[in-house]
Write a protein that binds this ligand. Structure first.
Ligand SMILES: C[S@@+](CC[C@H](N)C(=O)[O-])C[C@H]1O[C@@H](n2cnc3c(N)ncnc32)[C@H](O)[C@@H]1O
Ligand SMILES: [Zn+2]
Length: 326
């Protein structure tokens, strides 16, 4: 069994739209206040059928807000890429992934209490969580993320935590199906650039945190390490090109470098991008302050592929900000 809904998770469930208490029915939760029903969706985990609760907001296409179809397309692209990578199921890749972030979760930031992972995917974060964590919930709109889990043998070998049933709620960070003041930590890794509306997601994170609760964001940003400017995908691309060029030169010498650069130039403008946003360091710091968080700690990931542009920032839920929004 890969999916669960523990009693502690059910206790904090609320309507994602109006935040009212929900009525529990067979295979659904119902909000009488705003007349919404949240049903189940069947997935095949590779070792049997399981149900997940779908707390996404379903509306007719003629009612979708501007920009929603762009998010939908990018999410489709992300899901296609994820499926392709899942089929590869390479143990060494997972091991590298784990060692790349181990310091972050074992030394730099200590996560405890009740934890919400927004865009938490299959819950890999649990690899680093100790008994100090009493509840872990992943909220993610990717309905089929847990499909075929049992078949991904190397993934399960690298991340034994994935054998433990996951409190998974299909839903979006913009409309969390959760009660206010319920969590000690909200985690968002590599997701602030995927959201439809990051401002609302951060407000939602603040709402579901207990007073003094903490947010941990891991994100690739431009304008890294003191450089002031930079706002766009172009900066990310330049940084990654320089990094790859240096690696090629080191590993394959001048011929390898020339070949790599030629391939990069040929593919310019053709690489699909599944990100809605490209954040700068300055904007990340600014938005946290405006949403009502006080930044406590910053840590630049050492082993990042696009070194050194991945930052982890923890921020405490603070008193309301006094600055206005232009
Ligand atoms: C790059 S993955 C990161 C997954 C995970 N946090 C990790 O670090 O392994 C981005 C995740 O964000 C999810 N996502 C996209 N839009 C979202 C939204 N509006 N609310 C919550 N999650 C979202 C995707 O489904 C995907 O699982
Ligand atoms: Zn409701």
């Amino acid at each position: 069994m890969f999916v669960t809904l523990d009693a502690e998770a059910v206790a904090v469930l609320r309507c994602p739209l109006c935040k009212a208490h929900l009525q529990s029915r067979t295979d659904s939760f119902v909000c009488e206040l705003c007349a919404s029903t949240y049903g189940t969706y069947a997935i095949d985990t590779g070792s049997g059928k399981e149900s997940i609760y779908d707390f996404r907001i379903h509306r007719p296409s003629y009612c979708c807000p501007a920009g929603w179809s762009e998010w939908d397309d990018k999410q489709d692209l992300y899901e296609d890429t994820y499926r392709d990578l899942s089929n590869v199921d390479n143990y060494d890749t997972y091991a590298r992934e784990i060692s790349g972030v181990a310091t972050i979760y074992t030394e730099q930031f200590v996560i405890a209490g009740k934890v919400l992972d927004v865009g938490g995917n299959i819950g890999k974060l649990r690899h680093f969580l100790t008994d100090a964590v009493s509840l872990y919930v992943s909220v993610d709109p990717y309905l089929n993320i847990l499909s075929d889990m049992a078949l991904r043998r190397n993934l399960l070998k690298a991340y034994p935590c994935l054998h433990k049933p996951l409190n998974f709620l299909a839903g979006c960070g913009e409309s969390l199906p959760l009660a206010e003041g319920s969590f000690d930590w909200v985690h968002m890794r590599s997701v602030l650039d995927h959201f439809y509306d990051p401002w609302i997601v951060l407000k939602e994170a603040r709402r579901v945190l207990k007073p003094g609760g903490r947010l941990l964001i891991g994100l690739r940003v431009a304008g890294a390490l003191g450089s002031k400017q930079g706002d766009t995908a172009v900066q990310h691309r330049i940084a990654s090109t320089i990094y790859r060029a240096r690696t090629k030169l080191r590993q394959e010498g001048i011929p390898g470098l020339c070949k790599g650069l030629a391939a990069r130039i040929r593919s310019l403008g053709r690489e699909p991008d599944d990100h809605m946003w490209h954040w700068t360091y300055a904007n990340l710091k600014d938005v946290l302050l405006r949403v009502g968080f006080a930044v406590e700690k910053e840590y630049w990931q050492q082993s990042c592929r696009y070194d050194p542009s991945c930052i982890y920032v923890s921020a405490r839920r603070d008193t309301p900000p006094e600055i206005g929004i232009e």
